[in-house]
Design a protein around this ligand. Structure first.
Ligand code: SF4
Ligand code: SF4
Length: 73
C-alpha cells in the first residue's frame, strides 16, 4: 500500500491546523460541508504525502489516519 491519509470528514471542524502544519501543503479546506455544517478538509495530492503524520497528531478531533507504505511492496 502507498502512503495514505484516511479522512473521516464527519468529525472535521474546519479548524485548519492540519492544513498549516502539513510540510507538503497538500491539505486544504474544501467546499464539501459535513452534517454538522463544517467545510471539511481535503487531500490535494495523495502522491506527495510523506506519511509524517503531523496532520494526524495535531488534529484535535481524530479526523485523520495515516498509513505508511511498507518497503518491499
Ligand atoms: S502525513 Fe504529513 S505529508 Fe501527509 S498529509 Fe499529513 S502532514 Fe501532510
Ligand atoms: S485539524 Fe482536524 S478538525 Fe482541524 S481542519 Fe484538520 S482534519 Fe479538520
Amino acid at each position: 500500500m502507498k502512503n495514505l491519509v484516511k479522512i473521516n470528514s464527519e468529525r472535521c471542524k474546519s479548524c485548519g491546523l492540519c492544513v498549516h502544519i502539513c510540510p507538503k501543503k497538500i491539505l486544504s479546506i474544501g467546499e464539501v460541508v459535513n452534517s454538522k455544517g463544517f467545510y471539511t478538509v481535503e487531500m490535494k495530492d495523495q502522491t506527495q504525502c510523506i506519511a509524517c503524520a503531523f496532520c494526524a497528531l495535531i488534529c484535535p478531533d481524530l479526523v485523520l489516519e495515516v498509513y505508511r507504505e511498507e518497503k518491499g511492496e
